[in-house]
Design a protein around this ligand. Sequence first.
Ligand SMILES: C[S@@+](CC[C@H](N)C(=O)[O-])C[C@H]1O[C@@H](n2cnc3c(N)ncnc32)[C@H](O)[C@@H]1O
Length: 324
Amino acid sequence: MSQVTAIKQSNITDTEFLNDVLNGLTQEQKTLPCKYFYDDKGAALFEQITTLQEYYVTRTELSILEQYSQAIAQLLPDNLSIIEPGCGSGKKVAYLLAHMANVKTFVPFEISQEMLSYSLAHLSPLFPELVISPLLGDFTHSQMVKQLTKDTALDSQTNLVYFPGSTLGNFSPVKAIEIMSNFHRLCGVNGYVLIGIDLVKERQVLLDAYDDKAGVTAAFNKNLLGRINNELNANFDLTTFSHQSRFNEVHSKIEMHLISLCDQSVIIDNQQIHFDKGESIHTENSHKYTVESFAALAGQAGLKLENTWQDANDYFALCLLRPA
Ligand SMILES: C[S@@+](CC[C@H](N)C(=O)[O-])C[C@H]1O[C@@H](n2cnc3c(N)ncnc32)[C@H](O)[C@@H]1O
């Protein structure tokens, strides 16, 4: 088995979840941060989503990795460390690791304990020589780079920051630039950043991917309310909310919402929140890029696009970047 150091935790506090929920639900357009989707039930539902017919995202990115991971690995220097923020199941990085013999350390960095444990169970038997230094934390945190270097076995100035799954698309352009600026600092002057982005495509394909017929995405979205009930002493009735996916043409993004089916009030930690019938809680954004729009965004984070690899339908792109 690989050498897995103990899971360390940084920058997640117990009160942050409550504060984020109350703050989001007292805005004029109610919102909830999507980083809270992944409790144990949410993590299992997400894994189910990745296998759905409508959800082309995971199988398309995996097909690109199957075809090109060796070519990608050949462009990278020996002896680098890999950091994967929001590593999820860890299945994608395995494709790269299979072609990289001299990786110094792999740092899976997750907000979800369940996902982190899942990724360790998947990767450690596959790569017996690999040093794995897992970190439980929030990659959107402003101190992220400092914490990562302090709390993990990272000792390399030359790193690969690997960010697949189109997770970048969950953030506004301003936040995406901030996150990529942190990746820029983290990778080092001779390092690399590899990001998976979902490309602009036919509207109905996008809408279906976030609203499958079997209702798994709806259950995933509603589970956020279930998690608030379980962890924050709230009384949401999940049957009084419905899932909706919308395409926002202006900002080129899919939005997920939960719509209140009636006038109602919900108690969260002794605070009452009112919902009008038809009112929405905006729970997730998923921005869709062109390679050009993404390169321009990355440029604002000081990163230059070096290579892209795409599938035959041009649904998804893996983009390799370097400090400009
Ligand atoms: C869309 S999934 C992608 C998982 C994986 N990277 C893949 O491509 O299959 C997003 C993952 O990022 C994690 N995540 C979301 N927000 C996070 C944050 N702010 N900090 C750390 N991890 C986060 C979630 O727990 C989840 O596992």
